[in-house]
Structures are given as C-alpha cells and as structure tokens.
Design a protein. Structure first.
Length: 372
C-alpha cells in the first residue's frame, strides 16, 4: 500500500510558481486516496486530458507532475487542432494495490464538481474499466468501454500517432517515410509501447525493447519472438549496432544529462510525456545530430480519439485525424528547419500562439469566438 499519511494535509506547493487556471487537491477520508486535478488552460475550450494512477515520493512530486502534464495537454490539444484546453489528473498510489471502486467514485465526484470544465480519460495506470466506474458519478468521462458507448482505451490511437510521427521524422531525416529495415528502440512496454512494437514490426522495422518490469518483457517476447530484448535502458541507448529511432514510452524525464551524451540514435520519437529532463536537453540532442520530435506532437493520438468520442465522430473519422499526425509532424519539422529553430521551440510557439489567440477572442466576447 502507499505509505502516504492520509490524515496529513497536503504540503505540495512550496514556492512553485503556478501558471494554471485551477488546481484541485483531494484527500478522501473514506476511500483514502490523494488526487490532484490541474487545469492549465481552457482558452480553446473545456480541458481534456487523462487520469494517471501511480506512486510518488511526495505530495510535491505528484503536484509538479500534474502541473507539467496539464501544461503539455494544452500544447498537445492546440497543436492537434482540437477545440479543447489542457488538463490532467494524478491519483497517488499503486494501481495494482490501491485502486478500488470507492476510490474511483470519490475521484469521479471531484471531477464532476468542476461542472464540465475538465473531461477525463485513460492514462498510465488507468483503463477503460476504470473510466466506466468514474462515469457512474461523472458524465465528463471518455475512453469508456464500447458496450456502454465509449471508444475503449485510447492506447492504440496513441501508438498509431507515434508511428505516424516516426514516419514523418524518417521522411524529414532520410527522405522516405518507410520504416522498413530501420532499428527502433522501444523503452517501456506498457499499454502503448507493446502496441507500438506490433505496429513497427508490421512496417518491417526491427524492434529492440526493454522495460523495468519483467512481465511486459516476457509478454512482448512471447508474442513477437523476432524482437531483441536488452537488459535495461542503459543497454538500449548504447545498443551496439546503433538505433535509427529511440522511442521513450514509459515515464518522463528520460532524456537527461546521463542519457543524451551517449544516446546511439538519429531520431527520438516516443509516447512518453515530458521526455526532456530539462529544455536544454533538446539543444544537446541537436548538437549531436539527433532529431527530436516533440512528445506532445507525436503522442496526440489518444486525445484526438477522446475528442472525437466527445464530438460524436465515428471511429473511422477519429482514425483519419490520428493519421494526420504525420502531416502535422512533417510540417513542424520543415518549419523549424526553415526558421533555424529547434522543433520543440517551433512547436511551443505555434501552440502558444493558438492559445493566446483563443484567449484574446474570449476576452473580446462571443462574436469574436464565432470568428475564430
């Protein structure tokens, strides 16, 4: 069980500067969970983002993660052309041991208290079955099971989007969008990473994989015996024959001072959020000739599907929007190169411009919103 003292008050913010519109902290005396819901921006529309369920070393770490993830959702939704703002939630605890129906219902009531300012979906540690429970008390819930009208877990859409990001990066770097014969290192074999391996193999790529947990490694190796398994991320980033593409698909911050100087890859494109430990890491990647695809551009497939679910799109229509991540990524990389900017800088500026324009339109009134 989580070691948090559930009777203690949150002491999470310290001197952290918060640019967000709203942050809610939950501590339920009955079910015992702590949760953080962070709304970064609703300039483009109601916030949309997933619910992450994982352990944290402190309240502060959980809050910082929610703040960073929700900001990323604002940028992700803006770059994907969605009329949704950015929000994210984290539930603190071990999803294998601490997840209960009362906990999910308590969390659902917290989200419902926002009255539609935030719609939640699956993320790391949560699944369609969890969203089904949350939806019993919160109508602002997507990624539910298909038998109750949902579009299922969005992991397949996220994996598909990452594949499209890789294909765009391949076109930009090597002149062809084909991944056939390319070696791709996948770090993290959870919901998205496992599916991404399957897609890569279908494209004719070679997959080299690792995970800190043995169970997903065994599952992947048994299903796809042609994959190469390495012991850990250290072995993956130093893979002897080199990688064409490195795909971080677990938690964020993996591109740090220890990894970037020794990474044996030409492209970084993965599903993990907030892959850069610090913004300066992208410049260090570029200095080594490594092309970085901003994570929130490549991994937008899941939220595109969730937005389609909310807007009543058919699965085919949502899938077509996910496929367009190829065009979005390629246009971004070409724009960044033409302007002499890093792709991350170009993506941030584009997202910020769209968010600022929407905020300005809202400030000027309903008529300006109709003209957007």
């Amino acid at each position: 069980m989580t070691t948090f003292d559930h009777d203690a008050a949150f002491t999470a913010f310290d001197s952290t500067a918060v640019e967000h519109e709203q942050v809610l902290l939950m501590q339920d005396s009955v079910s015992g969970p702590r949760a953080v819901v962070a709304l970064h921006s609703t300039a483009l529309g109601p916030a949309l983002g997933g619910t992450r369920f994982q352990t944290y070393t402190s309240d502060g770490e959980a809050v910082r993660d929610a703040l960073n993830l929700s900001r990323g959702m604002s940028y992700k939704n803006a770059l994907a052309g969605l009329d949704f703002g950015g929000g994210k939630a984290v539930i603190i605890g071990d999803p294998e041991q601490d997840k209960t129906e009362p906990l999910l219902l308590a969390y659902g009531r917290l989200v419902a208290s926002l009255g539609g300012r935030y719609t939640t979906a699956c993320d790391a540690g949560t699944y369609a079955a969890d969203m089904d429970v949350i939806a019993r008390v919160c109508p602002w819930t997507v990624s539910r099971s298909s038998h109750i009208g949902g579009a299922r877990d969005s992991s397949a859409a996220t994996a598909t989007g990452v594949l499209q990001g890789m294909r765009a990066a391949a076109r930009h770097r090597w002149g062809t969008s084909s991944l056939r014969g390319r070696t791709v290192g996948v770090a993290g074999l959870g919901k998205v990473g496992h599916l991404l391996v399957e897609l890569l193999l279908a494209e004719g790529a070679r997959a080299v994989v690792t995970d800190v947990r043995q169970a997903p490694v065994r599952r992947t190796a048994e299903k796809f015996p042609q994959v190469t398994v390495v012991d850990d991320n250290e072995a993956l980033i130093r893979f002897a024959s080199g990688l064409d593409i490195y795909a971080p698909c677990a938690l964020g911050g993996v591109l740090d001072e220890a990894v970037v100087p020794v990474l044996a890859a030409e492209v970084v494109c993965g599903a993990a959020n907030n892959q850069l430990a610090r913004p300066a890491m992208e410049k260090q990647l570029a200095d080594r000739g490594i092309l970085y695809v901003p994570d929130y551009v490549a991994n937008a497939g899941g939220v595109i599907q969730a937005a389609g679910d909310l807007r009543g799109l058919t699965p085919r229509q949502s899938a077509a929007k996910v496929e367009r991540i190829f065009n979005t990524t390629l246009a971004l990389l070409e724009h960044a190169e033409a302007e002499g900017m890093l792709p991350g800088t170009a993506a941030d500026r584009t997202a910020e411009q769209r968010i600022a324009a929407a905020a300005d339109a809202r400030a000027r009134g309903p008529q300006a919103l109709l003209q957007r």
